[in-house]
Ligand binder design. Structure first.
Ligand code: DC
Length: 650
């Protein structure tokens, strides 16, 4: 599946137990590998980025034993990787790539480090220059300044007791973090001097805190100098737990702030070492109500109900600040995020990616080298029919999930969330409440349409006549000269169908269709094209977009099984074939169309037979659908029964 369709949401509330922090997980893994002694790690994040780090450590000869349920036992190599020659592939895991580059460059051995294509576009020269200055041998195997790298061609590396190492801090803090983690391997006192501004400063604090847990105290002198004392070496702390991921927390806190809440995340709180917990302060500035405990944070919507736009320097929380860019869609006034140039060298150019996708939702977006300003659309969000692109960037996918609090939304290639949060969308579904759907399926002439309209009127909900979409597609294909047998051609017509549904009105390309979709000819065309998988796929999202607050009643063949499998109430409406033939007869006569019972009866029998045998979306009752036999019921009685079932689940 290369997309996920998020239903529009009414609200968000509940509790989420966060997965382990990516930043902490990968730091702890490396420290445990470099330490003397055994470390038992609990609550390690299980994701692509940590899998790359684990695989690299195993390739370097470190003994790693999975204990199940996010727990691992790592036998530390005591500062000396057993395997002296290895080729490591690190995907797009920046934390793993930068820290291993530093650690391997300061070890004896010959290594190559490569990654995903995007990793080879992310700069690393600042780190390489700093490591070369202390005598490390590093060559660029591709474009100078970028991975892949060859490390330690000359052996043993003629490390200097450099005294001072200089590293630029204004592109990525991971260069400084990598150096800090690796320098204890040299055994000599080293001072790191940061050149230029240091971005993402709180991530360096995570590094220092984790180093302390493994017995190395870095002395910080002012904002730019870090002294790694002589004879530092890592010692396993025994047992260590990974905190919840504060960046991942941002999506849920934003959901609570927009969608009512209270939404609580567990695993981060007052005690957290992660700078991204300050995301909660940014939400509070927007008016959200925030509560913080030792190990949890909770967000609710403002008392006034409406968030307000803010201006924020995002430098300290570069990952979580992205979440504010989509939260801004629900705020009054513009939101400006500044000092975020580092976004341009992450998994993708995050400033451009966010701007492009936000505009698809109707927002006005201004961007610069290091800022983005988002003004929400005054008339509300719109659903982009092509879906939201995710740029192989987990955070883009997760950020845009918030927009489902406004409109139904397709997110393309959602699998990218596995970089840091493989089960994100399951967690998301568990704490969000979707706009309700009543799905009514059933055989031809069972009265689905009549009942669905009746129920929709009673509840004041929207109504989807899915059959009309198939009929419109058949009509549009005919008008465009596309043969009904041409699956790809008809699917293209379906995908670009310019249809507009109003009360008692259906328009095709702006023109009222009236009874043109009810002729025998078009009925036959609709049933021909309805068996084509490409046509059904092209109409799928179009049908889902009808789901709007306060609710939707949808009628048609596969409403309960395929289009709205999460429908709150599912009804399979049927009646004896004789009664259905009579009802259809009456309907036709009322419309002034000549008809007689016998052929109608024959036709319905044939259709039932065909419909239940067809391989694509066959007519069948879903296991969780109510069976409603309306043979002896009036329209009022039938509608009352459907409403009764719906009200029972409220
Ligand atoms: O319900 P109707 O007669 O207006 O439907 C027109 C055609 O489309 C009919 O052949 C059944 C088919 N259809 C379908 O396959 N799936 C739906 N959800 C709705 C209708």
């Amino acid at each position: 599946m290369n997309f996920i369709d998020l239903p529009p949401l009414l609200s968000a509330r509940g509790t989420v137990r966060l997965p382990g922090s990516k930043s902490i997980s990968n730091r702890i893994l490396l420290l445990a590998a470099l330490a003397e002694g055994e470390t038992e790690i609990r609550d390690l994040l299980e994701s692509d980025d940590t899998a790359h780090m684990l695989a690299a450590l195993v390739a370097l000869g470190v003994a790693v034993e999975p204990l199940g349920d996010g727990a691992y036992r790592v036998r530390g190599a005591g500062g000396n990787f057993p395997v002296k020659q290895a080729e490591l592939f690190l995907g797009n895991a920046g934390t793993a790539f930068r820290s291993l580059t530093a650690a391997l460059a300061l070890s004896a051995g010959e290594y190559t480090l490569s990654g995903a294509p995007r990793m080879h576009e992310r700069p690393i020269a600042d780190l390489v220059d700093a490591l070369r200055a202390v005598g490390a041998e590093i060559d660029y195997l591709g474009k100078p300044g970028f991975p892949p790298l060859a490390i330690g061609r000359r052996r043993p590396p003629p490390l200097h007791a450099a005294g001072v190492v200089r590293v630029r801090g204004d592109v990525s803090s991971q260069f400084l973090s990598g150096l800090l983690l690796a320098l204890p391997l040299t055994g000599v006192e080293t001072t790191i001097e940061v050149l230029g501004d240091l971005v993402s400063r709180p991530y360096v604090q995570i590094t220092l805190a984790m180093m302390r847990r493994f017995g190395v105290r870095v002395v910080q002198e002012g904002a730019r100098h870090f002294v790694v004392p002589a004879a530092s070496h890592y010692v396993a702390p025994g047992l260590i737990r990974v905190e919840g991921d504060a960046s991942a927390a941002s999506y849920f806190l934003a959901l609570g702030a927009i969608g009512g809440g209270p939404l609580r995340v567990e695993g981060v709180g007052r005690q957290s070492v992660q700078g991204d917990v300050c995301f909660a302060d940014a939400l509070a500035l927007m008016g959200a109500r925030i509560e913080i405990g030792e190990d949890w944070i909770e967000a609710s919507a403002p008392a006034s109900g409406k968030l307000r736009g803010i201006a924020l320097d995002g430098n300290d929380i570069p990952d979580a600040a992205m979440t504010l860019a989509t939260t801004a869609l629900f705020a009054a006034g513009p939101t400006t995020l500044s000092n975020i140039a580092s976004w341009r060298v992450k998994e993708t150019d995050r400033i451009e990616a966010l701007a492009t996708e936000l505009r698809k939702l109707g927002a006005t977006v201004e961007t610069g080298a290091d800022f983005v300003r988002v003004t929400p659309p005054p008339a509300g969000l719109r659903t982009p029919p092509e879906g939201i692109a995710t740029y192989d960037d987990h955070r883009i996918a997760m950020c845009f999930s918030l927009a489902a609090l406004g409109v139904p939304l397709r997110i393309n290639d959602p699998g990218c969330v596995s970089k840091t949060f493989p089960e994100y969308f399951e967690y998301f579904a568990a704490v969000t409440q979707a706009v309700p759907v009543i799905a009514i399926d059933g055989p031809s002439a069972s009265g689905k349409g009549t009942i669905a309209i009746r129920v929709a009127q009673a509840l004041g909900w929207h109504y989807l006549d899915s059959g009309a979409l198939y009929r419109l597609t058949a009509l549009a294909a005919q008008r465009a000269g596309v043969a009904w047998g041409d699956e790809a051609g008809v699917a293209a017509v379906a995908a670009s169908l310019d249809a507009e549904f109003g009360e008692d009105s259906i328009k095709l390309s702006g023109v009222e269709v009236g009874d043109a979709i009810r002729t025998e000819d078009i009925s036959s065309g609709a049933s021909q094209i309805a068996v084509m998988p490409a046509v059904r796929a092209a109409l799928l999202f179009r049908q889902r977009v009808f789901r709007r607050a306060p609710g939707l009643v949808a009628d048609g063949r596969d409403m309960a099984s395929v289009v709205f499998p999460d429908a709150q109430t599912k009804v399979f409406l049927t009646a004896s074939v004789e009664v259905r033939a009579q009802r259809r007869y009456k309907q036709l006569i009322e419309k002034g169309i000549a008809a007689s019972i016998q052929p109608l009866l024959l036709d319905l029998r044939e259709r039932d037979e065909r419909d239940s045998r067809r391989s694509v979306a066959p007519l069948q009752q879903e296991a969780d659908a109510h069976l409603l036999d309306a043979t002896n019921l009036t329209i009022d009685q039938t509608a009352a029964q459907v409403l009764g079932w719906f009200r029972k689940i409220l």
